[in-house]
Design a protein around this ligand. Structure first.
Ligand SMILES: Cc1cc2nc3c(=O)[nH]c(=O)nc-3n(C[C@H](O)[C@H](O)[C@H](O)COP(=O)(O)OP(=O)(O)OC[C@H]3O[C@@H](n4cnc5c(N)ncnc54)[C@H](O)[C@@H]3O)c2cc1C
Length: 395
């Protein structure tokens, strides 16, 4: 019985970060327990479910059962409702995350990890300033589990880091307030992402329409915490959009959540503890996409954990920092660039966006690319170039 065992690692949270960590660590020979508070792995899905093919392939050959739509085009809609379309260089997917997350957990189990749902972790066991396990409730019964290493994969609302004194607070502007409805009974292009850019649709963020077939889509938006504070809630922006664009839509699912569009935390390890995925703030701050980066941080953390535990090294934070360095080198540094770019782009006014859209519309479809869009954006607002030069100057 898992409650009576001592593990090499206990992972808090069975999302993409936790399951990826568990799979790699178990494959490396560690005993791993994943504790998930919800009844089902992957449910509720608080996600637009969009990933790139290239990102997914870092980890897995895409399986048909994960994919609701294959995306090859992007449509950008400007505030004045004019729009431009591009072909994408690399395809993307809209996943069915209930199946995807479930399979990720199952793959971890196949490698030897144990996954338990309905296990809510509410504190750490701490010994001599090291995390040495977790405590919580399982089916309303209290439990304690000891482990050499605790991994906080507990998502955007993570508390595991705070329990070890890691500063996880974000600036208000760096926490998007997101809402999404999965709607059916509408007509959408099944191979096209749609993004709506305007302060009237999603101030400080964007609104997305991600198709799940021809008649269903994830429609959602994220607004910057600063705007959310000013009064109009994200759900009102979304309802107004649906009323305008898809008044006939049926709403099958509504989810809300925070998206940390921040830089990765400076400190993502402590003695006997690692943070991965949203808990470490690994979301791409420009796009709000976090599935692949969560998996990537889970992978890097697991490789470090295997190396240290197999070699009986002290799990002091100075050794665990190997993971921190690797993440900042591979993912984190890119995210800092995206963060600065996001800051620059979200300074565009609706008039700027309209002018950029009309300039792009004049470019022949074959010539359109994100680079072209970018050069037009820079021509429209030369100060953006300064931001970009600053950005690249720091590469
Ligand atoms: C509305 C919305 C739309 C999004 N759209 C996209 C998108 O299209 N593409 C994309 O790439 N990303 C998107 N994201 C971001 C993406 O969902 C996350 O970045 C990703 O899920 C992070 O994975 P994770 O494993 O770190 O955390 P999660 O997937 O959040 O998993 C954390 C898990 O920990 C569990 N947990 C939490 N606390 C405890 C506890 N105390 N005890 C036990 N278990 C616990 C939770 O139940 C959860 O299952 C979106 C986010 C939102 C909110």
């Amino acid at each position: 019985m898992w409650k009576k065992q001592q593990f090499d690692v206990v992972v808090v949270g069975g999302g993409p970060a936790g399951s990826t960590f568990a799979r790699i660590a178990a494959r490396g020979g560690l005993s791993v327990l994943v504790l998930e508070k919800d009844r089902d792995i992957g449910v509720p899905v608080r996600c637009g479910e969009a990933v790139s093919d290239a990102g997914l392939r870092i980890f897995h050959e895409p399986r048909d059962r994960w994919i609701k739509s294959t995306i090859t085009r992007i449509k950008l809609v400007a505030p004045n409702e004019s729009s431009v379309e591009f072909d994408m260089k690399e395809k993307g997917y809209i996943l069915d995350r209930r199946i995807f997350d479930y399979d990720l957990a199952d793959m971890a189990v196949e490698e030897g990890a144990i996954v338990i749902t309905k296990a809510y972790v509410d504190g750490l066991l701490i010994d001599n300033d090291y995390a040495v396990g977790v405590k919580g409730t399982y089916l309303n019964e209290p439990f304690e589990v000891r482990a050499k290493l605790v991994v906080g994969a507990d998502g955007v609302e993570s508390r595991v880091g705070r329990w070890m004194g890691i500063r996880t607070q974000l600036k208000l502007k760096d926490m998007e307030s997101a809402i999404q409805k999965t709607v059916s009974g509408i007509d959408v292009e099944p191979d096209r992402f749609e993004f709506y850019l305007s302060k009237k649709w999603a101030p400080g963020g964007y609104l997305w329409v991600f198709p799940k077939g021809r008649h269903m889509a994830n429609i959602g938006l994220g607004i910057s915490g600063n705007y959310a504070r000013e009064g109009k809630a994200a759900c009102r922006f979304l309802d107004e959009f649906l009323e305008w664009k898809y008044p006939q839509a049926s709403v099958l699912t509504t989810v809300a959540g925070g998206v940390p569009v921040a830089k990765t935390l400076k400190q993502i390890v402590a003695n006997g503890l690692m943070l991965v995925g949203d808990a470490a703030r690994t979301v791409n701050p420009m796009t709000g996409g976090g599935i692949i980066s969560a998996m990537r941080s889970g992978l890097l953390a697991a490789e470090t954990a295997v190396e240290l535990i197999k070699n009986r090294k002290d799990l002091h934070m100075k050794n665990l920092r190997e993971y921190e360095h690797r993440w900042h080198k591979i993912g984190g540094r890119n995210h800092e660039r995206y963060y600065r770019l996001k800051e620059a782009i979200f300074r565009f006014s609706d008039d700027d966006l309209n002018r950029i859209a009309s300039r792009i519309a004049a470019v022949s479809v074959d010539d359109r690319s994100l680079l072209k869009l970018f050069s037009i954006a820079v021509a429209q607002k030369p100060t953006l170039l300064i931001d970009v030069v600053r950005l690249f100057a720091r590469l």
